[in-house]
Write a protein that binds this ligand. Structure first.
Ligand code: PHE
Length: 332
């Protein structure tokens, strides 16, 4: 049998050393690895000693390979040692007796939670949830809703106009009511929808006013819908959100797109707090959307979920909803 070639031994030694180093998982293992492979009486030294018995040419080749191996093993070893030290440092500073901490998990925004609760209450009464554009045409935000240019009611909705070279009739919707017109235009009765979404007004802010906020719009159109349907639906809504024994009050109010128009207040610790505007869809609005107002009637309502959340959660400043302060948001 022929002798093991020394050049083979360099490769074998490399393989053995590398795989042993990879499985060395403690500083004791690392030290015994160093002694075995790089020590004065170790395997690499033994290999180098054997070089003397080789032919001069072969000695040069194998010697060079062995020196390269030493340099490699030295640096592999240092690297492993460094790794072991840094992971030891972490293990050393870990106090395993510390009690566990709850991981921070995300949650739904308080506005979203309120919107979902409101839309769900109406969903259970047969209303479908839909959404509409926040960038809206003047036509839907005002004209179709019986608020023609020059109508004093436009002052109620301080408008943020979109600056565009191409269009001069684009705005950020000031309420979700334009969806009344859009829904009627694209559907035939019976219609029952709720429309949550963002609205914008050019307004200075204070604890009860924001320049952006959410609304939830509602619309029901069919034959034979009466004011009693409006009252019954909104009563039921108030009971679902504020509790079974909640008292509500309707008063006359004016919105150009409803007739008659009302606002609804709820009894809050003996005070009446207004929570929404509503009314029977104005015949002109039905006609604007192509409906025969002698055949169809309907009711509409609009409310601000942030205001309702403020009432229920005793929040004193509407601006908290949009300031992204975790001290506020994590309370929900
Ligand atoms: N759009 C009205 C507002 O923003 C609310 C409203 C909606 C009133 C529907 C009546 C009917 O104040």
């Amino acid at each position: 049998m022929s002798e093991v070639q020394p050049s083979e031994s360099v490769e074998q030694l490399r393989e053995a050393a590398v795989s042993a180093l990879n499985s060395a998982d403690s500083s004791e293992h690392l030290e015994s690895w160093r002694v075995e492979f790089l020590g004065r009486k170790g395997r690499l030294t033994a290999l180098l000693r054997g070089l003397g018995s080789l032919e001069i040419e072969e000695r040069k080749i194998v010697g060079a390979a062995a020196n390269l191996l030493r340099a490699d093993l030295d640096s592999f070893y240092e690297e492993r040692e460094r790794q072991a030290k840094s992971s030891n440092a972490v293990v050393g500073s870990l106090d395993v007796t510390l009690p566990g901490r709850k991981p921070a998990v995300g949650g739904l925004h308080p506005s979203t939670q309120m919107i979902r609760e409101i839309t769900q209450a109406f969903n259970e009464m047969g209303f479908q949830t839909i959404e509409g554009p926040e960038i809206e045409l003047e036509k839907y935000n005002f004209d179709m809703l019986n608020i023609p240019a020059g109508h004093p009611a436009r002052d109620q909705w301080d408008t943020i106009w979109v600056d565009s070279e191409k269009y001069d009739d684009v705005l950020l919707r000031t309420h979700t009511s334009p969806m009344q017109a859009r829904v009627m235009e694209n559907n035939t009765p019976p219609i029952r929808v709720v429309v949550p979404g963002k609205c914008y007004r050019y307004e200075s802010t204070d604890s009860t006013h924001e320049w952006h906020f959410n609304q939830v719009e509602g619309l029901a159109v069919d034959t034979g819908i009466t004011f009693a349907d409006l009252k019954g639906t909104l009563y039921e809504f108030a009971r679902r959100i504020f509790g079974q024994s909640r008292k509500v009050r309707f008063r006359c109010d004016y919105f150009p797109f409803v007739e008659p128009g009302v606002d609804m207040s709820i009894d809050w610790n003996g005070r009446w707090i207004e929570i929404l505007g509503a009314g029977m869809v104005h015949p002109q609005v039905l006609e604007n959307s192509g409906y025969d107002s002698s055949k169809y009637t309907g009711f509409a309502f609009g409310m601000g979920p942030e205001r309702i959340s403020m009432l229920r959660n005793e929040i004193t400043d509407i601006r908290h909803f949009f300031s992204n302060d975790l001290r506020f948001l994590t309370q929900f």
